[in-house]
Design a protein around this ligand. Structure first.
Ligand SMILES: [Zn+2]
Ligand SMILES: [Zn+2]
Length: 280
């Protein structure tokens, strides 16, 4: 089982050196993509990951940085020749977003189907909305389970855990420090956790209603130090800091690492786009 970080910046605003949040789990020829930030298909191309083998996508919640390419990624995979049924998991409302995307892209889908004879695209999409914590998939040696994490104002925001005979990896999605996430991550090889750096948030808030945005960031997300605490309490082997806010160079790798290390003495990786992370 391989873990590839496709995009590592948090928030909807593009930054120069990091793409929007997305990760790939590759196992037995299947490609599983966790979150579909804007540009995820291109990041897969950059990482050398086949879109034809796209098996399933997993949306953590409905902030734009996590779902903007929810429909675009499967559509691009289809134009690449993917013929799989693609499972789309996400909080309630995800299936209707897929339907909305099909309406928006219908002229393209109809035209391309007519000119290429491809398999009907809508038939390839299989939606599963996930309203509560449970095992959502157990196929081909890979088990995927979820919990509800705490990311106001969303009622449902999901963390995901992937287990196979080659290891385990957990994705926090966006959350403030969340005991349910700690439970999900118990004993995992790798925990990919979102992180903010409160002392540097002014850079992120530039041009917005700064006070309101900073209030949201500090009350609905997790500091690198608390991501370290979650990793320690869960007893994971490796903590990967990603969905970095701010995602610019204002905060160096060393600053991120030091903050997380204040409460965790395992391996800490400050994620980079396209980086592959060994599970053990
Ligand atoms: Zn986010
Ligand atoms: Zn969010």
């Amino acid at each position: 089982m391989r873990l590839v970080m496709l995009g590592t910046a948090g928030g909807p605003r593009p930054v120069v050196k990091r793409a929007a949040p997305a990760q790939a789990v590759l196992y037995r020829g299947e490609v599983h993509v966790i979150d579909c930030g804007n540009g995820v298909a291109r990041q897969m191309a950059m990482a050398g990951i086949s879109r034809r083998d796209l098996t399933a996508t997993y949306i953590t919640h409905h902030h734009a940085d996590h779902m903007l390419d929810l429909g675009a990624l499967p559509l691009i995979a289809w134009t690449d020749g993917c013929e799989n049924v693609i499972d789309i998991y996400g909080p309630p409302g995800t299936a209707s977003m897929t339907e909305d995307f099909l309406s928006m892209a219908w002229p393209e889908i109809e035209a391309r189907t007519a000119t290429t004879g491809r398999r009907a695209f809508p038939e390839m999409l299989r939606n599963t909305d996930v309203p509560e914590a449970r095992v959502i998939r157990d196929e081909n040696g890979l088990r995927v389970s979820t919990v509800l994490v705490d990311h106001p104002p969303f009622e449902v925001a999901l963390g995901y855990r992937f287990d196979s005979d080659e290891g385990s990896v957990v994705f926090s999605g966006d959350t403030r420090f969340s005991p349910s996430l700690v439970e999900l991550a118990r004993g995992a090889d790798v925990l990919v956790h979102e992180a903010i750096f409160p002392e540097a948030l002014a850079a992120q808030a530039e041009g917005s209603k700064a006070e309101t945005l900073i209030e949201h960031l500090t009350s609905c997300h997790t500091t690198a130090a608390d991501a370290g605490r979650a990793a320690r309490e869960a007893g994971v082997g490796t903590l990967v800091l990603s969905h970095l806010v701010p995602g610019s160079d204002v905060v160096s790798d060393e600053m991120w690492r030091e903050a997380a290390a204040s409460d965790f003495d395992g391996r800490i990786v400050v994620a980079r786009d396209l980086q592959e992370i060994g599970l053990r």
